[in-house]
Design a protein around this ligand. Sequence first.
Ligand code: PRP
Ligand code: ZN
Length: 299
Amino acid sequence: MSTRSTPRLRIAIQKSGRLTDNSLDLLARCGLRFSRARDQLVCFGENLPLDILLVRDDDIPGLVQEDACELGIVGQNVIAEKGLALPDGGAAPTEVTALDFGRCRLSIAVPDESVYAGLESIRGRRIATSYPRVLGRWLADRGLAADIVAQAGAVEIAPRLGRADMICDLVSTGATLAANGLREVEVVFESRAAVIRTPVPVAPEKAEWLDRLMQRIEGVQKVDGSKYIMLHAPRAALARITALLPGSEHPTILPLDGTDEKVALHAVCRENVFWETLESLKGAGATSILVLPVEKMLA
Ligand code: PRP
Ligand code: ZN
């Protein structure tokens, strides 16, 4: 056993919330094995020099910025809000890649019974939100003066309490708004989960693992939207069939035993392949069409 242990990387993710399961799943698909007990704040990676810190999502940009963690997975909504809080010249964590989960929007919503006649209905009103900076910038960009009532949570009850006329909060399914008698009127910011990286330079031994992990994350992302397609095509129809394949660059063409008129075509499609596409392929002369999932991909 080596006496010099590999320095360990840390990635901060949301402890319990909308992003938690997807974040853990992404790390598992990057090859990380870990066990997680209830209320645990750190999960030690068993097979890679990477540990997971489970924290409040709002704390993630700060932890990554201060280099307490090299990486974080957090919503772009939180990144934007915390980034605006930095003093001028302060280095924000850099967003390295946007992820395919955690989609939501930061929206303005008004009580169901209130009249909304466009942006002018916002001017001079009180808006409760946990995103005072993102909202403040959006209002300023539109030349609207309004009263921002900053509130850490349970923003949707502010109108009923008489604290605000409207709210600006995250909407995912819309269930929370509906349950509170509110309706969405303006989208302020569209968001999804993203990986952020510390602005502080990382030691070379750590940097190597950091780059490997980023490559694996990108690989998982690519695979999620990809399919492997195999079919038989008449040579004469090859150009037409290739043009129908969604997001595929260089298909492989293979000879088929016992015929010169037909060939086999294999291709990675960088987009999902829908029934409609298969029907068009068949219409163009393709036969024996197979669509397979892609498990791993490394560019
Ligand atoms: C957001 C937001 C709403 C809810 C909306 O909270 O504050 O409560 O999600 O989702 P819905 O449209 O699907 O009902 P989130 O889970 O992001 O937690 P946080 O804001 O407390 O971090
Ligand atoms: Zn939060």
